[in-house]
Design a protein around this ligand. Structure first.
Ligand code: BV8
Ligand code: ZN
Length: 271
């Protein structure tokens, strides 16, 4: 069982000697960038918890409302930048690459901040806010349009009293392939939906190669992501948890560093 603030120097030594570092991240790694986490106060939009809207059922029941929610989260990102945790991870990846070593980010986040910080080896378990998928032809496209469609221009206000925009399907985001024009959805994994097989296969490969793991800013509640670090620990891979608090995973991990990711992650990764 880890004590609350493990020995950072010991972990730094492990970083120095490892060959394949896997950094598993959740919403907490983006908290200091000002991106609301799910389980903190920011986990609410109007009168819903993010979890209630991140489902296919919610989308089928009220496509306009779910698109307002995702439009709001896209627009929030316009003013958000990577923080020292994202940057230290990206810098370390570059140094490892020069030494023939690997650092791979496996993130639950859909905010795109790891890529913006310069990370290249990224597996996005749950998709990306700036990708759409066409319900008709299946096309997956990067879309950074702000707003994503005219009807959403001033929509998405988070205030609980805000009335729903009730946008008709025809004015919601549509497929840019002219012969298609199908309705688009966010290319994210909703609760109850399975993760993409290709992503899960890539994750399995990285976990098999991994000889050191950092678990950064996740409440370790959502599966299958929450199972990865404990699985590594069971295999004897050292895992360091970087969080403001302990989580259901803490007990099974060797190290726990209490404090902001933006402070502690650079401390263990900086040369
Ligand atoms: C699946 C994308 C099966 C969308 C997300 C009943 C019905 C249906 C499914 C289930 C069910 N019961 C269980 C399940 C499985 C379900 C699940 O695990 N539910 C949980 C709630 C129990 N999982 C799924 O549905 C997954 N799919 O199982 O499919 C299947 C198989 C075959 C065929 C069909 C189906 C899909 C889950 C993916 C859902 N999509 N995101 C979107 O974002 O809108 S999940 C979303 O929530 C995130 O991606 C992330 O995964 C999760 C939030 O967790 P965190 O990232 O950890 O964030 P959180 O706010 O919780 O915690 C922040 C942490 O940071 C805290 O610990 C905090 O202390 C810390 N922190 C804060 N500030 C800082 C900090 N740390 C450091 N520094 C700081 N500054
Ligand atoms: Zn299409």
């Amino acid at each position: 069982m880890a004590n609350i603030s493990s020995d950072m120097n010991a972990f730094r030594e492990l970083v120095k000697s490892c060959k394949n570092l896997v950094v598993l991240t959740g919403a907490g790694v983006s908290a200091e960038s000002g991106v609301p986490t799910f389980r903190g106060a920011g986990g609410f939009w109007r009168k819903w918890n993010a979890q209630e809207l991140a489902t296919l059922e919610a989308f089928n029941e009220n496509r306009s409302l779910v698109w307002e929610f995702y439009h709001y989260r896209r627009e929030v990102m316009v003013s958000k930048a990577p923080n020292p945790a994202h940057i230290a991870i990206a810098e370390c990846e570059k140094r490892f690459k020069a030494e023939g070593r690997k650092l791979t980010v496996i993130t639950q986040n859909i905010d795109g901040l790891h890529k913006l910080a310069g990370s290249e080896r990224i597996l996005e378990l749950h998709g990306n806010l700036f990708k759409t998928r066409c319900l008709k032809c299946g096309d997956i496209a990067v879309n950074r349009d702000s707003p994503i469609c005219e009807a959403l221009r001033n929509a998405g206000e988070p205030d609980p009293g805000t009335p729903s925009a009730a946008i008709p399907d025809k004015d919601l985001p549509r497929c840019k392939i002219s012969s298609c024009g199908g309705l688009l959805r966010p290319h994210v994994v909703w609760f109850g939906e399975s993760l993409e097989m290709a992503v899960l296969d890539a994750v399995e490969k990285e976990l098999a190669d991994c000889d050191l793991c950092m678990l950064v800013g996740t409440s370790s509640v959502v599966y299958p992501a929450a199972g990865f670090a404990p699985e590594l620990a069971r295999r004897g891979v050292p895992v360091g948890e970087f969080n403001m608090e302990t989580t259901p995973a803490t007990g099974s991990l060797g190290y726990h560093f209490q404090g902001p990711a933006g402070v502690n992650v650079p401390k263990v990764l900086e040369p």
